[in-house]
Design a protein around this ligand. Structure first.
Ligand SMILES: N[C@@H](CCC(=O)N[C@@H](CS)C(=O)NCC(=O)O)C(=O)O
Length: 312
């Protein structure tokens, strides 16, 4: 049985997406709780620089980004499927919209001053300040929606989701698929992390009922695990090669074996550097060494990430 380790934290929406997929597939997994702000030395020991949440570890393979994690979980547990044959293209396109356009509208709306104040109500002022400073640094250079603009967009998006649910239980029909989980998590954040502004969801009761159905899937069988244990597990692991499709697709003119860096296109540009050991149609794999974690294979999806030659 595959030893699945998810590195995440409780109020992270993209983590909730993956936890819900683990529930949908009925998988058992180990849970490592990571910090929500920098510094993250134990995260970086495994990822080599990528600092976003969540990431998935299987032995010495580290999978960054929830879209790639969904593909890996589908490979491990093909049924029930996240990618129904009749809607493969549409499901991925809708999922990408959920993870980007919808996500940013939901965040800008939910973290309006009233929502942010409620989220940090019980915390020391330094915690809120650290979070605000960390996210401001992460989003430098990005154009962020203002709450009033976000509210209008979010209302329209909720209406569109309601239209999709007209006459069916899930976005693509009778069963959940990857699009449901990607559209769900930004709304989950509003409903559960900033309930003080969650009345925006009340205008679309079919959306709330759909959210209840997804929540009822649960999170699978979770077992607590420590960062130290996960790093030791990486150092001791032998490689699960079956997960890699080795067909090389070169779009950049970089040979396998080149020193490269990978970073997200936007929001959190920390780079991971290493040796390019695979570049398939959909993902990159970098091999790197870490003093604690040993040889680590770090995987990124192509979509949303920038591959560069490492500076010499
Ligand atoms: N495209 C990424 C986005 C991940 C993301 O932005 N996660 C947020 C938390 S939900 C984050 O990384 N925040 C900063 C952090 O956790 O350090 C994915 O699908 O996994």
């Amino acid at each position: 049985m595959t030893n699945i380790i998810l590195h995440h934290f409780a109020n992270s929406p993209f983590s909730e997406k993956v936890r819900s997929i683990l529930g949908f597939k009925g998988l058992a997994w180990k849970s490592v709780i990571i910090p929500s702000v920098m510094p993250k030395p134990d995260v970086v020991a495994l990822t080599g620089g990528y600092r976003k949440t969540p990431f998935l570890q299987i032995g010495c393979d580290v999978y960054c980004d929830s879209a790639l994690i969904a593909d890996v979980l589908e490979h491990i547990a093909p049924t029930p499927t996240l990618y129904p044959a009749a809607h493969k293209g549409l499901a991925r396109v809708l999922a990408q919209w959920g993870d980007t356009t919808l996500f940013w509208a939901a965040m800008a709306y939910s973290l309006q001053p009233k929502g942010a104040a409620a989220m940090f109500a019980g915390a020391a002022p330094e915690v809120a300040q650290a979070f605000v400073a960390d996210r401001a640094a992460m989003s430098s250079g990005m154009v962020r929606l203002r709450p009033a603009d976000a509210a209008g967009a979010y209302r329209s998006y909720l209406r569109r989701i309601a239209y999709m649910l007209d006459g069916q239980d899930y976005l693509m029909g009778t069963a959940p698929c990857v699009a449901d989980f990607a559209v769900y998590h930004p709304l989950w954040f509003t409903r559960h992390q900033t309930p003080v502004v969650a009345d925006i969801l009340n205008a679309t009761p079919t959306v709330l009922a759909w959210m209840d159905r997804l929540a009822a899937l649960g999170h699978g069988a979770m077992q607590a695990y420590s960062a130290t244990e996960s790093i030791a597990a990486c150092a001791m692991a032998t490689r699960a090669t079956a997960i890699i499709d080795a067909t090389f697709q070169d779009e950049h003119g970089f040979a396998l074996g080149s020193r490269v860096t990978v970073a997200a296109e936007s929001f959190g540009l920390e780079t991971t550097d290493g040796e390019l050991v695979a570049a398939t149609r959909t993902r990159y794999t970098l091999r790197r060494q870490d003093p604690r974690a040993g040889t680590v294979y770090v995987h990124f999806p192509r979509i949303g990430y920038v591959l560069r030659k490492a500076p010499t």
